[in-house]
Design a protein around this ligand. Structure first.
Ligand SMILES: [Ca+2]
Length: 311
């Protein structure tokens, strides 16, 4: 039976690739996309999610709009990486499919209450505002979550939005703190691993060579934010962050990490949103996350390309 997932997302070109990978994978049953403010404001992430579904001819996937601001802070966005729309690159038509009337947080709560306990996995690809809000409003759902597999944080790679913090955690550190403390089985795909999943030229060419609208769009999306990232990191390509979450669900053996304690800094101005990961196990704090450190990047891109060819 396919594994039930909800993708919580702020598309984002790399979110788009992650969503497409999930749609192309029969092992996964995508119950819905819940959108959150992050890379760009909520109106755009909810629009972009629908553009992605329509590109894949999957207008059956319901798209929900969620929280438009972090729990306790002003929204910080990342147009400098993703462009004005959040999905700059290829020109794609405005979506026709609607946003659902139900709000994202209510959808998350209702879905977890309706499904048998331990059968729904949450896949956050943006700030954790929707998930933390759902847990706060309906504490009974926390124990019903099978697993949370999220993209966020960093230890060895430290930060990408500040010298100390990764974007998703930085935007809503209070939400992240609540989710990391919730006691749900948690897998974290931090910059430490996503910075090893680089869109080198041969990998982007492989997307384009699929010869499909999806392959063309993915090549153009990765080409768009690559310009920024290559300059920033001096690397051979851009990190393809969010698809690592979906690839982990499909082939966890591509990844390796450590089960450790990870705490979120919410007080310091200087290191706000830092994921303080006890990688070297120097404290006796209780492990709360599988913190991934490595990926077989060639196999990851082979999986991604092979699956995208199905769309
Ligand atoms: Ca994202």
């Amino acid at each position: 039976m396919a594994r039930k997932i909800i993708i919580d997302t702020d598309p984002g070109q790399d979110d788009a690739v992650a969503i497409l990978l999930a749609l192309a994978s029969p092992e996964l049953d995508l119950l819905g996309l819940t959108c959150v403010a992050g890379n760009v404001p909520l109106a755009l992430t909810a629009k972009n999610a629908r553009i992605i579904c329509e590109l894949a001819n999957r207008t059956d996937v319901p798209v929900y709009a969620g929280c438009d601001t972090p729990i306790a802070r002003k929204l910080v966005t990342a147009e400098h990486v993703h462009g004005k729309t959040g999905l700059d690159g290829p020109t794609l038509p405005d979506p026709v499919m609607p946003v659902q009337d139900q709000l994202a947080v209510d959808f998350i709560i209702d879905t977890l209450r309706a499904a048998p306990a331990g059968t729904v996995t949450l896949c956050p690809l943006g700030p954790l505002t929707n998930i933390a809000t759902a847990f706060h409003r309906a504490p009974d759902i926390v124990d019903r979550v099978q697993e949370i597999v999220l993209m966020g944080g960093a230890y060895f790679e430290v930060g990408n939005i500040t010298p100390a913090a990764e974007f998703n955690i930085y935007v809503d550190p209070e939400a992240a703190k609540a989710v990391f403390a919730a006691g749900v089985p948690l897998v974290v795909l931090p910059l430490d691993v996503t910075h090893k999943a680089l869109t080198t030229q041969p990998r982007v060419d492989a997307f384009r060579n699929l010869g499909t609208p999806v392959g063309q769009a993915v090549a153009e999306w990765t080409g768009f934010f690559e310009r920024f990232d290559k300059e920033k990191y001096g690397s051979a390509g851009a990190p393809l962050h969010d698809p690592c979450v979906i690839a982990y669900l499909l082939q966890p053996d591509l990844f390796s990490g450590r089960h450790i304690n990870v705490e979120i800094e919410t007080a310091s101005d200087l290191t706000l949103g830092m994921t303080v990961a006890d990688w070297w196990r120097v404290t006796d704090r209780t492990p709360n996350a599988l913190f991934i450190g490595d990926v077989d990047a060639d196999r990851f891109f082979a999986l991604l390309t092979e699956r995208l060819a199905q769309l």
